[in-house]
Design a protein around this ligand. Structure first.
Ligand code: GTP
Ligand code: MG
Length: 581
């Protein structure tokens, strides 16, 4: 509820106007039975006129009734408009804030929620909260007014009608409480099954190529069916429970109407009340009980909306783990240096220790290569420099300042990472490269592409730099994707450039041309190059050999060939592979 009030605050006057017009609409609804009673009692039966009907009064009151109905309709319309403005506005603000939060999440926080759940939360859950806000503004006022105003109007006709309200009321309360109590826990389950379904859809749509390549369509459809069935079952249970509401209400309503007729006719016989007023009483009791019915629906929206509010609150309350910390900002005057000091790294989700006792100092402008078996922690090691993750122990320094002291955005301006798996957006090649620096001009973009050995093949595309890339870069070959990603990283002009296994799909000649261009044009940039092939890195200033989660050796190719058995093993195994080809 806190969340709802927080976001409605901005629109309080709209909510107030919506409620005011709603009050107007209900007031007019409550006025009509009275006017009808007047037409019957005075116009038709002529009770105060010795039984002489009065056609003029019928016409006049009829016209008045029509005008009042038009006024009521207008109030209803305006109330709906202001309710919509409040609901949509607050929903929009919640969605925006959630999206901003999600953008600030660290990788592990995103993993914790799961992509599917985040998508459900920012779409379906926000819609549920929007419904709740709109129901609270319109429905609550409407049903309370019907209940209070209707009861007052009914009792003002004849106090004995009060007995009927007093009998019907507890029955309805029992009915509503039962349904709300049983459905309440199901709404969280409902949203969770939506999460699961969204996860499966998202995984399969993005991974459709893998699914098809491994002929897994049947299995995946099975997985989808299972999750879908769970959703359908939960929804079915909710609907079944909700279906108890209406029939019970209808029975109570019909009994109440019968009661009014019974009590009313007794009173008419006694001459305590006019027949037209009994008609009005029947309308009032329907309005009162319909108001109660609406209250039941509000309770249902309320429990569903509150389940969604809790899920959105979780997103909003999740503060990014990667936040600037109060640590000294004085650097050592270098530009492009990196130090690892007794670093230990653990993936918190499964507690796996991936790196330990890492001590390494990289000087500005140096080309440092990292080599090691697959899964030995190379990507994890470099992820600590731009603070994609935090070290569990020890420190990582950039330019002599602990990375935790930087504003993360500032740190990531200095450190450019070209990820192992490049991500693309469905726009032109030019815009995909310009992600590195949206202000760059065409010359700068082409220069970066040329250094990344991408200019040639880009110009051969149908529309050159304006060729639109298919979703996630699927219209490009693996090597083309890697080179566009490198061009993007080079355009960013950071002090430190990390290339995480981005040349694996390039032939040795293109790879050599790329490194030559890097050394020539980006000589002042510190380069950290992860590679699988020794041939890719043998010209680096130093090569770090990662083994068993730590640095087993570090030196030039010749030094390592001389003294590192791990390095020699890698070298010989790759030599054998080449010979075998
Ligand atoms: P290649 O890229 O295959 O050469 O491997 P790498 O040397 O880059 O290894 P990486 O740093 O990606 O992974 C090191 C270890 O951490 C592996 O055992 C992975 O299973 C594990 N790992 C990697 N990413 C994650 C993650 O996001 N969460 C968890 N829990 N473990 C991870
Ligand atoms: Mg890796």
């Amino acid at each position: 509820m806190k969340l709802i009030f927080r976001f409605m605050k901005k629109y309080w006057y709209m909510a107030l106007l919506a409620s005011a017009f709603m009050i107007g609409e209900v007031y007019i609804d409550l006025l009509q039975p009275r006017m009808m009673a007047e037409i019957v009692n005075e116009g038709i039966l002529g009770l105060s006129n010795g039984g002489k009907s009065d056609l003029n009064l019928v016409i006049n009151t009829g016209i008045r009734m029509m005008l009042v109905v038009i006024g009521g309709g207008l109030c209803g319309l305006l109330s709906a408009v202001f309710t919509n403005i409040t609901g949509q506005g607050a929903g929009n603000d919640i969605r925006k804030l959630c999206f901003e939060r999600i953008m600030s999440f660290s990788f592990s926080q995103t993993d914790d929620f799961s992509t599917g759940s985040l998508i459900t939360r920012i779409t379906n859950d926000v819609t549920q909260v929007q419904h709740l806000i709109m129901q609270l503004i319109r429905g609550l006022v409407r049903c309370l007014m019907f209940f209070i105003g209707g009861s007052a109007a009914l009792l003002s006709l004849d106090m004995s009608f009060g007995v009927i309200v007093a009998c019907a009321f507890p029955l309805i309360i029992i009915d509503v409480t039962f349904v709300v109590w049983r459905t309440n826990p199901l709404f969280t389950v409902l949203q969770e099954s939506l999460d699961r379904l969204n996860n499966i859809i998202q995984e399969n749509v993005t991974g459709i190529r893998v699914v098809k390549a491994f002929v897994q369509e049947k299995n995946e459809v099975g997985r989808f069916d299972e999750a879908n069935q769970h959703l359908v079952d939960t929804q079915f249970n909710v609907m079944m429970l909700l279906s108890y509401l209406r029939p019970v209400m209808n029975i109570v309503l019909n009994f109440a109407v019968a009661g009014i007729i019974y009590v009313g006719s007794n009173q008419v016989q006694k001459g305590a009340i006019a027949p037209g007023s009994v008609m009005a009483a029947i309308t009032y009791i329907s309005q009162i009980l319909n108001g109660m019915m609406m209250l039941a629906m509000i309770f249902q929206t309320l429990s569903r909306g509150l389940a969604s509010t809790k899920r959105l609150q979780e997103v909003i309350d999740t503060q990014s783990e990667i936040r600037q910390e109060q640590l000294p900002m004085e650097g050592d005057g270098t530009r492009g240096s990196v130090q690892f000091e007794n670093v230990k790294f653990i993936y918190e989700d499964n507690g796996a220790e991936v790196l330990h006792d890492i001590n390494l100092s990289i000087t500005p402008g140096e080309t440092l290569a990292v080599i090691g078996a697959t899964g030995c922690g190379k990507t994890s090691l470099v992820s600590l420099i731009p603070r994609f993750y935090d070290a569990a122990e020890g420190h990582v320094y950039v330019d002599g300042v602990d990375v935790r002291a930087y504003d993360p955005a500032e740190l990531r301006k200095k450190v450019t990472v070209c990820l192992q798996k490049a991500e693309f957006f469905s726009t032109t090649i030019r815009e995909n490269i310009a992600l590195g620096d949206p202000e760059a001009n065409d010359d700068e973009i082409r220069k970066a592409a040329a250094a990344a050995q991408a200019d040639g093949f880009i110009l051969q595309q149908a529309e050159g730099y304006d060729t639109v890339v298919a979703e996630r870069g699927m219209s490009l070959s693996g090597g083309q994707r890697q080179r566009i990603a490198i061009a993007r990283a080079l355009l960013k002009k950071g002090e430190i450039l990390i290339l995480d296994d981005v040349t694996s799909a390039l032939d040795l000649k293109t790879e050599a041309a790329l490194y030559a261009a890097l050394n020539r044009e980006y000589s002042d940039v510190t380069k950290i190059i992860i590679a699988q092939r020794i041939a890719s890195v043998r010209n680096a200033d130093r090569i770090v050999v990662l083994d068993g989660g730590t640095i087993s050796d570090c030196g030039s190719h010749e030094e390592l060939m001389d003294r590192s058995s791990v390095y020699r093993d890698i070298y010989h195994s790759q030599l054998k592979e080449e010979e075998a080809l």
